[in-house]
Design a protein around this ligand. Structure first.
Ligand code: ZN
Length: 188
């Protein structure tokens, strides 16, 4: 029996008491971590972990590709998104992208926002994206308080249920139906 997981370099896989790290892993202070991007295979029987690099059929995005997905983490200095589409092609592999911000205004995102971003580069196996374009940013979201519909008012959003206002980095076509349907067919 084995369990599989997509991992990035540095990801914690287990403690050395739990599993022994084989190819594609390294040990750091009692923790087995991934040394490459790939698929971690936990062999429960032999209690070993091997990370197999992504095969060539995994579609890694390239510089300039447009990715759409869900914000999974948002702090004042960085955001992380789960990629659901690469250039309008549905992505089956669980890939994440990150964005580091220099100004506070750049990180006007909340967990759960659906966003469109552009890939800037892949550095140390991390996919980096940018939102610096009027086509890029939040394309759909719900109110974080009541889950109501958020409509655009100038450059902000307002909840139609509880009137909460929220600032976001919005894409110019925020809320248009063709953005929402394909993504919600993946998420729900
Ligand atoms: Zn609300």
């Amino acid at each position: 029996m084995s369990k599989e997981l997509y991992v990035y370099p540095g990801d914690r896989l287990a403690t050395i008491e739990e599993f022994e790290g084989k190819e594609g892993t390294y040990e750091d202070d009692g923790i087995v971590r991934a040394s490459i991007t790939g698929k971690a295979i936990y062999d429960i029987k032999s209690r070993t972990i091997t990370v197999i690099p992504f095969s060539t059929n995994v579609n890694m995005p390239k510089h300039g590709d447009i990715v759409k997905g869900l914000i999974t983490m948002a702090t004042p200095t960085m955001i992380e998104m789960r990629i659901l589409y690469i250039n309008n092609n549905k992505e089956e592999v669980n890939l994440s992208a990150i964005y580091y911000s220099k100004t506070k205004k750049d990180t006007q995102f909340r967990v759960g926002d659906l966003v469109r971003a552009s890939v800037t580069n892949i550095l140390n196996s991390f996919i980096h994206v940018t939102f610096r374009n009027k086509r890029l940013g939040v394309i759909y979201t719900r109110c974080h308080l009541c889950h109501g519909k958020m409509v655009r008012i100038d450059n902000a959003l307002k909840c139609t249920e509880c009137n909460t206002r929220d600032e976001r980095k919005l894409a110019e076509d925020y809320g248009s139906i063709e953005n929402i349907l394909p993504i919600y067919s993946v998420v729900t």
